[in-house]
Every structure is written in structure tokens, then in C-alpha cells.
Design a protein around this ligand. Structure first.
Ligand code: 13P
Length: 295
């Protein structure tokens, strides 16, 4: 069933767990996400990043995920990820998205507040949940995938805890994406999460908190972050990387048998799907943090 962003994060809050928010950049990832949620009994967020418009246009991905979510026994939220244009948010809401993440983190603070408020009004009309970002991960979702590095190299700006309180009150957002050491893309070394920043934010705001740049983080750090109040973990890059590597292995193994082996696209999609499924099953269970299935 299709669930609102606010409600799915409330489930996470009640159960001291986080919901995996995986990106819908291919049918293989969408199918794997839905099946993992149905099989494990844990809710899932499937999200389309505005920056992935070139890979999968909104007009295709919206109706596909919405229809599948409505028919599924699992609790699934359809969220717009890193939306920077109000017109794009409007299109997603018209297509039935149940959540919007507006990313004004690159704007001066006052403008971030102003645009976030406008998206809050739009979401309210449709009953959709709203996520906004304060502080910056540096590198952007949908950009070059090896741009991550460390938080410092990516130009990340940690969320200011006092400003976070003001931002939540001024915008009326439902969940807050905050920056405390993760980055989008591939980590060039161990990610160093600053739990002090996160703890100070948690002291000042009551809304559920979101970890962006969530793939590539250790299971131990996921658990620490969840126990410290993270309720949604955005997970894309490493899942896509593992699926790409699985497809390469498939090509290598066919070519090892015969140099002239024909590689069909349909030889690779099942391999990618299996990889996404293994990855999502692992993270969904880690993010459940010992909670019983909630479906
Ligand atoms: P990763 O690049 O770490 O997978 O983060 C994804 C993300 O935050 C999407 O918004």
C-alpha cells in the first residue's frame, strides 16, 4: 500500500529503526525494493531524484512505482528526492508522490526557508509529507558518482543545530535531512560521522532526522546513527555499484567461455536485480535495528 512520508517515518520513530530510502533509477532496483519490503515485512521508501531525470524520466517512474505500491502488501512511500525546482515538485505531486524532499541547501538560508515554505504549502494541498535539507553534503545526488571523497573534500557544511531548530519551526517540514559527515557518492576513505553534531540537533528538534549519503557507511555506524535518532537512510550509490560489478562479472564469465559470446541486455538485468535484492535485504534488516516486522 502507498504510505505518506510522514507516516512511514513515524513507524520508524515508534520502533527505534530507520527506513531504507532507495533510488528508483532502474526497474531492477524498483522490483528488488518492493520484493524485499514484502518479504521482510519492513516498510520501504522508493525515491526518484530530480537529478536522475536523464536516466528515468519522472513521467515513467512515477506511475510505475505508484501503481506497484498501491497493489503491494508492503508499506511503500513514493518520495521525490533532491528536488530543486518547484515545477518539478508540482509534477511529482500531480503524479501521486506521497513525499517530497526539497533541497534548498545550496541557497542562502533565508531563501532555503522561503522555498521550503512554498513546497510545504504545495505538499499540504496533496497531503504529502515534506523533507528539507539544512547544511550541505557538498556533492549532489545525480552527479558524477566518484565525486564523494570525504565530507571535507566534498565541501560539506555540517548542519548548525541552533539554525536547525529555527528551520524546522519556520518551514513546518515533517522530516529533516542533516549533514554530519556523510557524502553522496563513493567514499575515498572511511566515512567519519560526527555524532556530536547529530546529538545537538536531536536535542533541539523533535522531527525525524534523515541521513543522506547513506550508502558506504559501516553497519556499526548505521546502528549508532539509528540509536541516535536517524529514521530514514538514503541509500543509492553502493547498491548501483554492486549491481554494475555483478553485470561485469557476468560479461567476463561469458567471454571466458567464448571470445565471441554475444552479450544480450537481458543477460545482465536479472544479475543486476539479484544484486540489488541482496543489497537491499541486508540494509533493510540492519536498519530495522532489531525491531519486529511491522507489516
Ligand atoms: P549515496 O550516494 O551515499 O548512496 O546517497 C544517496 C542519497 O543520499 C540520495 O539522496
Amino acid at each position: 500500500m502507498l504510505v505518506n512520508l510522514r507516516d512511514i517515518c513515524a513507524i520508524a520513530e515508534q520502533n527505534n529503526m530507520a527506513i531504507a530510502a532507495v533510488n528508483s533509477a532502474s526497474l531492477e532496483a524498483i522490483r528488488a525494493a518492493i520484493e524485499v519490503s514484502e518479504e521482510t515485512g519492513y516498510p520501504i521508501i522508493i525515491q526518484h531524484a530530480e537529478g536522475h531525470e536523464q536516466l528515468v524520466p519522472l513521467k515513467y517512474v512515477g506511475p510505475i512505482v505508484r501503481t506497484l505500491a498501491e497493489r503491494s502488501s508492503a508499506q511503500i512511500c513514493l518520495n521525490l528526492d533532491h528536488c530543486e525546482h518547484l515545477s518539478y515538485a508540482q509534477r511529482a505531486l500531480d503524479l501521486g508522490f506521497t513525499g517530497v524532499m526539497f533541497d534548498g541547501s545550496a541557497l542562502p538560508y533565508e531563501q532555503n526557508v522561503e522555498y521550503s515554505q512554498r513546497v510545504a504549502d504545495m505538499c499540504a494541498e496533496y497531503g504529502a509529507g515534506l523533507e528539507c535539507e539544512l547544511g550541505s553534503m557538498g556533492s549532489r545526488e545525480g552527479g558524477e558518482r566518484d565525486e564523494g571523497g570525504t565530507a571535507e573534500e566534498a565541501g560539506a557544511i555540517y548542519t548548525n543545530p541552533d539554525q536547525a531548530k529555527d528551520f524546522v519551526e519556520a518551514t513546518g517540514l515533517d522530516i529533516l535531512a542533516c549533514s554530519f559527515g556523510t557524502v553522496h557518492g563513493i567514499y575515498k576513505g572511511e566515512p567519519h560521522l560526527n555524532f556530536d553534531v547529530r546529538t545537538e540537533i536531536r536535542k533541539r528538534v523533535k522531527v525525524p532526522l534523515v541521513m543522506h549519503g547513506g550508502s558506504g557507511v559501516s553497519d556499526e555506524d548505521y546502528v549508532k546513527a539509528i540509536n541516535a535518532g536517524i529514521r530514514k537512510v538514503n541509500y543509492y550509490t553502493y547498491g548501483a555499484k554492486y549491481a554494475g560489478e555483478a553485470a561485469c562479472r557476468e560479461i567476463d564469465s561469458k567471454r571466458a567461455k567464448s571470445d565471441s559470446a554475444i552479450i544480450y541486455w537481458h543477460d545482465l538485468t536479472p544479475v543486476a536485480y539479484e544484486s540489488f535484492k541482496r543489497t537491499f535485504e541486508h540494509v533493510v534488516k540492519v536498519f530495522a535495528n532489531g525491531a519486529n516486522p511491522v507489516a
